[in-house]
Design a protein around this ligand. Structure first.
Ligand SMILES: [Zn+2]
Length: 299
């Protein structure tokens, strides 16, 4: 298990999204919050990668984070992710019974504190046990699920190894963001609808995952800060000659002269067309990022 593949799995937690009608649709925060709380406890020496106790400390950590990120009807229920994280494969929960332990079959109750615990598996236990890797997993969870909440971040953790270079961090992070965006947009360019994908290889795609507000500026890998774009439209958006707007339509720069070339003509014809969106509204691009792009468009 390498950090990059662990981060891909953390980016792809089955968190569930809220239905339309309960406020703005959003992803449920519980699974990534419980993982953050577990990492906190390990930092504090109150848990290990092999044993995360179902205890008041864990519940308190969860609640402290939860209160910062809750939306609409989200419920403060750490017991649910403690159990349901087991579906992700890298987390097992157990209940002690006499001298043996049995798999936990349901969300634990408050009065089961002291007998219920969880552990990381499938190689996660190795990564989680190392402070520097643990910190990078925490950063990935925050970038992916809670980018706007600096308050979720615990105090800077004393990293014992030399500070990791930015491009090395990106090595772990960018493929995870790319896969997430391509899956959500079904490998289709949000501008022209182009979809070129070789069926034999999952990762071979002509489509890029673009950030609306660049990661270096936003530290935001939430899918609502992303867009799937073909190479041409990614290139054009990054040069501010096309932009998606808060109206969910494309805007083009007046610099483009359709008479000059077919390429410019095609880009200019994008004006007024709809941004092609993922099915689930919880993943539609965030207005802040769209506004940022629209304002950068070269008039
Ligand atoms: Zn395109």
């Amino acid at each position: 298990m390498f950090l990059a593949s662990a981060i891909e799995r953390l980016y792809d937690l089955q968190v569930g999204t809220t239905p339309v009608g309960e406020g703005k649709p959003h992803e449920r925060p519980h699974k990534p919050l419980l993982l953050l709380a577990a990492l906190d406890l390990i930092d504090d020496g109150k848990a290990s990668a092999q044993r995360i106790p179902w205890c008041q400390d864990l519940r308190d950590r969860f609640t402290a984070h939860f209160l910062q990120v809750r939306k609409h009807n989200d419920q403060n229920t750490p017991e649910n992710p403690f159990h349901y994280l087991q579906t992700q494969g890298f987390w097992q929960a157990w209940i002690e019974s006499g001298t043996s332990s049995l798999p936990l079959q349901a969300p634990p109750l408050v009065n089961q504190m002291g007998t219920v615990f969880a552990r990381f598996t499938e190689g996660f236990e190795v990564l989680v046990a190392m402070p520097a890797q643990r910190q990078r997993m925490r950063e990935a969870l925050i970038a992916r699920y809670f980018p706007h909440l600096s308050s979720v971040q615990p105090l800077p953790f004393p990293v014992e190894s030399p500070v990791v270079a930015e491009d090395e961090v990106d090595y772990g992070r960018s493929p995870a963001f790319r896969r997430l965006i391509l899956d959500l947009y079904d490998h289709q360019c949000a501008a022209c609808g182009l979809r070129i994908r070789l069926p034999s290889a999952r990762d071979v795609s002509f489509i890029d995952a673009a950030h609306l507000i660049p990661f270096a500026e936003s530290r935001n890998d939430h899918p609502t800060n992303g867009l799937a774009l073909c190479k041409n439209h990614h290139w054009a958006m990054d040069r501010d000659i096309i932009a998606p707007g808060p109206d969910l339509h494309w805007h083009v720069s007046k610099l483009l002269d359709p008479r000059r070339s077919n390429g410019e003509k095609e880009l200019a014809e994008l004006a007024g067309k709809s941004v092609l969106l993922p099915k689930d509204p919880a993943f539609h691009p965030e207005e802040k990022g769209l506004r940022w792009r629209r304002e950068k468009l070269i008039a």
